[in-house]
Design a protein around this ligand. Structure first.
Ligand SMILES: NC(=O)c1ccc[n+]([C@@H]2O[C@H](COP(=O)([O-])OP(=O)(O)OC[C@H]3O[C@@H](n4cnc5c(N)ncnc54)[C@H](O)[C@@H]3O)[C@@H](O)[C@H]2O)c1
Length: 255
């Protein structure tokens, strides 16, 4: 049984509200809802004093504030589980802040346990076609019309699972192609529209047949649930950690 945590929500949009529900269901307390939107918290920036007495943060915000928020977590040594996507270029700077401070920060492009099963299936699929050249592999994702980054962080993680396990694919290709794809390229394509919380497919195709592995998130609840489990796990640990470290413990290495 995990102890009752005092949690700050940083970013109180669709995901922040979903995380709040799960925190309350699991007996935790939400002590801060920080969001610069005028109708929510209104303050322009998160400050160290806002995190007084907080055990941990769950952040689902937008990429622009990621470094400033991380600097506050580092300064206050507050454990943070971060689900915000689209900040690949800031990753090294955030890592440095956290490692210098010796605090705990976890990033994951997808906190859903089901999606993490999907990542492991993608990696295994890539390993299985390593010796079978007739099978090609690609990734496609769909998201709702309000999503600001493309391809999704989940699609990029799926692609990394494939690239790490299939020697004939070495280049990530996320652009529209006006030419035949090169054999070493792994194509990751995106469609935006409607209210889709996230559909990701790995498609394996040969002259004889097609195999599809699809993760279809029915709601945001699965992401929120995984992020709360991750925070419960992270309290008391140190370092800049990928959600994989936690999921490997939860799911095993998939071997
Ligand atoms: N990792 C995952 O499992 C996962 C799952 C779903 C969504 N996401 C990502 O989470 C993020 C949020 O998604 P959402 O659907 O809740 O979006 P949203 O637009 O509904 O909410 C984002 C909120 O962040 C607020 N915000 C903006 N700048 C901020 C800052 N500097 N500090 C704190 N809050 C700030 C906005 O005002 C807004 O209310 C996106 O990057 C999305 O891609 C990740």
């Amino acid at each position: 049984m995990t102890r009752r945590l005092k949690v700050a929500l940083v970013g109180y949009g669709r995901m922040g509200k979903e995380v709040e529900q799960i925190l309350l269901e699991r007996g935790h307390e939400v002590v801060l809802r920080f969001d610069p939107a005028p109708e929510i918290h209104g303050a322009r920036a998160l400050t160290p004093s806002m995190l007084d007495g907080v055990d941990g943060v769950i952040e689902f915000s937008l990429a622009q504030g990621i470094i400033d928020n991380a600097a506050v977590y580092a300064k206050t040594h507050t454990a943070a589980v971060v689900g915000t996507t689209g900040w690949e270029t800031e990753r090294a700077a955030v890592r440095q802040l956290i490692e210098q401070a010796g605090s705990a920060y976890m990033y994951g492009s997808n906190y859903s346990v089901g999606a993490n099963l999907f990542f492991r299936l993608a990696a295994q699929a890539a390993r299985l076609i390593e010796q079978v050249d007739d099978y090609d592999i690609m990734v496609h994702e769909f998201h709702h019309k309000l999503k600001v980054d493309s391809p999704s962080g989940t699609a990029l993680t799926t692609a990394a699972c494939i690239l790490d396990n299939l020697t004939r694919k070495t280049v990530l290709q996320t652009e529209k192609l006006d030419r035949p794809i090169r054999p070493e390229e792994l194509h990751v394509s995106s469609t935006r529209g409607g209210s889709i919380p996230g559909i990701h497919s790995v498609i394996i195709d040969s002259t004889a047949d097609t195999i599809e592995i699809t993760h279809n998130a029915r709601s945001r609840r699965g992401f929120a649930h995984g992020s709360v489990l991750a925070l419960e796990w992270l309290i008391g640990k140190k370092g800049f950690l990928d959600v994989n470290v936690f999921m490997d413990e939860l799911l095993g290495k998939g071997k």
